[in-house]
Design a protein around this ligand. Structure first.
Ligand code: ATP
Length: 600
């Protein structure tokens, strides 16, 4: 079968997707909040606590001002206690804010993940061909995490900063319009400059990280292919390559550090200088009796708060952009059209069994990703129920494509395929696929026990049925040699089965599924003769009474089939039984036979 490349490094190559904030993107982004709706009461309560905690915080500078201006001990104690109370309430409100927002965001985000996953498994193969696996998985990990951040932290922060800004500016205006105007003309300008500076540093830091990632790619690649490096005696070549990229990373890192140093100097001199300027002007106003001293202390504190929230808003803007980008990508996936399979898991016993007559009529096909290349043209053949045919031909001829069309992994571009006389496009897709069993070329087992892997063919199967299937597939004997028998774990954390053993597990899976139609994609790599014999016996058992299509790579195994179709360049070029085709001296089949004979 055609294989799809799954790049391990794909996820690390993710781009940081940001979205310009426009009315449109905002409207689309806000739609993700439909996931919050089921938890709206908790959300509103959380919002209430957020308002309370933001407002209590604004009392803080007022009380500090009073405290500083007080000369009576008793009142000093009162104000200090008042401050403590403010902080205490602030703490309690914040706890509940986090508590309620976490309940909402965790649940909403789990629902987004569930919907995305459910979408992923139901999307057609063509969706996967247009994207890299790393890119798809990052939708369900990184993007969703960004949305979660936006729902819990960013939203709360935005609200708090805006409240601080509005209430803060109103309060300082109330204290002294003159000083406020002076402050607003100087301080925010400095804060905005600091933000621009900060953003540039962020960009540079990202560049440093990327360069470091580049050096890591070299380490990963070479260590993974260490045999190749050694075989080509390229150790020193790799060391030199690593040293060059490392030097580049160091240069960028030092440039970033210089920038950061300058930034710190700017913060110290610029921002604090700004505060000194405000304090200086304020002190003059106090000396002239234009404002009270306590109001002046509150003013300075409000100024610091306002400065911090202006700075915070810049950061939040970036976070909102990122979150909008993430939301949009998530929604794009959620809007994709799924395959029309059943939305309910049905036991196989409930599924209508087909007889197994198959007919291809004038089938032509191009893959959706490469519409310009015609992979199949004018394919015509039929198989009666219970008959066996073999597809042979050179690599890339189109054999796997022919069976992929039968499963409707893709739809034909022209012509039609029928099963029991019915066009497969008119059949229920779940029923069609449930009637076809596949033993693939490369058997991939899921991480889990051998029992689970066999039962994948029919999840509702009983223990006896699983054992019977394993027996028929010549797999039970080797399974019993493991101490844990059917419970032996396979896959990444379990034991590694040999190629022949994996194939027999796949055959047991197919026997358990008991489909009317069978597709055998023969392994290209040959097994040792003992294993080969066991696998062949199991295949023969599996093929009994089923319509079978064998994609054959080793011709010795297909002498028993009813008909052989020789495929070349997407067309059927020869057709007939082994006896007939092998007699045609100039034929491709006879040629292939000769080649294989010479090779063996
Ligand atoms: N998913 C795909 N997208 C685009 N083109 C594809 C895809 N899969 C296969 N092809 C192309 O279609 C042609 C037929 O491929 P197919 O896998 O059907 O050949 P095959 O006869 O089964 O080969 P092999 O014996 O090597 O498995 C090839 O040219 C291949 O490059």
């Amino acid at each position: 079968m055609a294989k799809r490349g799954i790049g391990l490094n794909d996820s690390t190559q993710e781009k940081e997707g940001r979205k310009k904030i426009s009315k449109d993107s905002f409207r689309r982004g806000i739609r993700i909040f439909s996931y919050v709706l089921p938890y709206k009461f908790k959300f509103i309560i959380g919002l209430g606590f957020l308002v309370l905690s933001s407002l209590t915080f604004m009392i803080f500078p007022y009380l500090v001002g009073k405290l500083f201006d007080e000369s009576e001990n008793e009142m000093i104690n009162m104000y200090a206690l008042g401050l403590l109370a403010v902080i205490l309430f602030q703490g309690i409100f914040s706890f509940f804010r986090v508590y309620f927002f976490a309940q909402v965001s965790e649940n909403a985000v789990a629902n987004i993940r569930r919907d995305l996953y459910s979408k992923f498994v139901q999307l057609p193969i063509s969706f996967y061909e247009k994207r890299r696996v790393g890119e798809i998985t990052s939708r369900i990990t990184t993007d969703v995490a960004q949305v979660q951040d936006a729902m819990s932290i960013t939203l709360a922060e935005l609200f708090r900063q805006v409240t601080t800004l509005i209430v803060g500016v109103a309060l300082i205006m109330w204290i002294s319009i003159k000083l406020s105007l002076f402050m607003l003309a100087t301080f925010p300008v400095l804060v905005i400059l600091a933000m621009i500076f900060g953003r540039r540093i962020k960009k540079l830091s990202k560049k440093t990280q990327d360069e470091l990632a580049n050096t890591n790619v070299i380490v990963e690649e070479t260590l993974q292919a260490i045999n190749t490096v050694k075989a080509f005696t390229n150790e020193m070549f790799e060391v030199a390559r690593y040293r060059t990229t490392l030097a580049k990373a160091v240069r960028t890192a030092i440039a970033t550090a210089n920038y950061r140093g300058a930034f710190i100097t700017f913060i110290i001199v610029g921002l604090f200088g700004g505060i000194i300027l405000v304090i200086w002007y304020g002190a003059t106003l106090v000396a002239n009796g234009e404002i009270e001293r306590d109001s002046f202390v509150s003013f300075v504190l409000y100024t610091v708060f306002i400065g911090a929230s202006v700075g915070g808003l810049g950061d939040l803007y970036g976070k909102i952009q990122t979150a909008l980008g993430a939301t949009e990508r998530i929604q794009e996936i959620l809007a994709e059209t799924e395959e029309p399979t059943d939305k309910r898991q049905r036991p196989l016993s409930e599924i209508r069994r087909v007889r197994g007559d198959i007919s291809y009529s004038q089938v032509a096909f191009s893959y959706p990703t490469r519409p310009d290349i015609q992979v199949l043209r004018d394919i015509n053949f039929s198989i009666n129920s219970g008959e066996k045919i073999a597809l042979v031909g050179p690599s890339g001829a189109g054999k796997s494509t022919i069976v992929q069309l039968l499963l409707r992994l893709y739809d034909v571009s022209h012509g039609s395929i029928t099963v029991d006389g019915q066009d497969i496009r008119q059949m229920n897709l779940t029923e069609l696929r449930a009637n076809v069993g596949i033993v693939p070329q490369e058997v991939l087992l899921f991480g889990g026990s051998i029992r689970e892997n066999i039962a994948y063919g029919r999840p509702e199967a009983t223990e006896e049925e699983i054992i019977a299937a394993a027996r028929k597939a010549n797999a039970y004997d080797f399974i019993l040699t493991f101490p844990e028998g059917l419970d032996t774990l396979v896959g990444e954390r379990g034991i590694k089965l040999s190629g022949g053993q994996r194939q027999r597990v796949a055959i047991a899976r197919a026997i358990l599924k008991n489909p009317a139609i069978l597709v055998l994609d023969e392994a290209t790599s040959s097994l040792d003769s003992e294993s080969e014999h066991l696998v062949q016996q199991a295949m023969d058992e599996l093929m009994k009474n089923r319509t079978t299509i064998v994609i054959a790579h080793r011709l010795a195994t297909i002498r028993k089939v009813d008909k052989i179709l020789v495929i070349d360049g997407g067309e059927i070029v020869e057709e007939g039984s082994h006896e007939v085709l092998s007699l045609n001296d100039n034929g491709i089949y006879a040629n292939l036979l000769r080649l294989q004979f010479e090779m063996s």
